[in-house]
Design a binder for this molecule. Structure first.
Ligand SMILES: [Fe+2]
Length: 311
């Protein structure tokens, strides 16, 4: 028996991967996540991630330090580009439903940057008794579902992504569907530096070579089209991403950990829990700029720090 075969069998016994839908998402059972995963175990988890795009782990109960240590298995950690990290951490983004944490619009994390996150590791800290699920969509199977003529069209499109409020996000109602000084400050911080990046609408995944639609809430417009045409095209393509058949929905419990391949998915935090409190914490791993089907890389077009005038 070769070493590789033995290791594969060993890992197969170490944990189980249960697909939650045929297209996206799998629950991993029989493992306690930690910082010093041996390379075989790490490889097996990463393979499962590339295949299922989102992995769910129940009952992990990581603290901030253990969360960070686990995320480091996957690469160099990076903080959110504009939002301050949680106290005592250089990397943790605290998403609190009382200020800034109701992210109920479809998006891929921080696509307003050229080298947006490769993957995100999110853990449930305070979860409503009912509601507050998150939904993920597979952007590769969405691409595969497109008619060939639309695939060809999409492969030649480029789009501008930015963290400026736009019609795909509707900041005031959807992210910040609550009032108060902390919410206002969160929005100011989120937009304290404005980024504008051009991405291909179809990118080739650097590890699987699968083609993915690259759209989501930070997309401002499709280049070369007037706004109405851009909006039609966006809706046409995005509709394939968010079809229920293309998604998985997770009912959070406190202590859960979810990892997603941010190059292969979009997600949506369902804001259906009213005044109940929901807190999740996220750590992110640096990525590379995407590549179009023709081999062109995404490019940063603008980065501007805003100066606010007190009134
Ligand atoms: Fe997100």
């Amino acid at each position: 028996m070769s070493t590789t075969a033995f290791e594969t069998q060993h890992v197969a016994r170490a944990f189980d991967v249960h697909p939650l839908t045929p297209r996206v998402g799998a629950e991993v059972r029989g493992i306690q996540l930690r910082g010093d995963l041996d390379s075989t175990l790490h490889h097996a988890i990463y393979e499962a991630l590339l295949r299922h795009k989102v992995l769910f782990f129940r009952k992990q109960h990581l603290n901030d330090a253990a969360h960070e240590a686990f995320a480091r298995n996957f690469g160099e950690l990076v903080p959110h580009p504009t939002i301050s990290t949680a106290e005592g951490s250089k990397y943790i983004l605290n998403l609190d439903s009382e200020y800034g944490g109701r992210v109920n619009y479809w998006h891929t994390d921080v696509t307003f940057l050229p080298n947006y996150f490769k993957l995100s590791v999110l853990r449930g800290v305070t979860i409503p008794i009912v509601g507050g699920d998150t939904i993920w969509a597979n952007t590769h199977t969405a691409y595969l579902d497109l008619p060939a003529a639309i695939q060809n069209l999409a492969e030649n499109l480029w789009a501008l992504h930015s963290n400026l409020p736009n019609s795909n996000i509707r900041f005031a109602d959807e992210i910040f569907g609550f009032r108060g000084e902390r919410a206002r400050k969160y929005l100011e911080e989120f937009t304290s530096t404005i980024y504008q990046t051009e991405h291909p609408v179809v990118h080739v995944h650097p590890e699987t070579s699968e083609k993915h639609l690259l759209l989501g809430g930070f997309l401002q417009g499709i280049l070369g089209y007037i706004p109405t045409a851009s909006a039609y095209l966006y809706d046409l393509l995005q509709g394939y991403v968010t079809r229920p058949e293309n998604t998985v929905r997770w009912r959070w419990q406190e202590g859960d950990v979810v990892i997603w391949d941010n190059r292969a998915t979009q997600h949506y935090a369902v804001n259906d829990y009213g005044t109940a409190h929901r807190v999740v914490r996220r750590i992110t791993v640096v990525g590379d700029a995407p590549t179009s089907v023709s081999g062109r890389k995404s490019v940063l077009r603008a980065k501007e720090r805003l100066t606010r005038v007190e009134t």
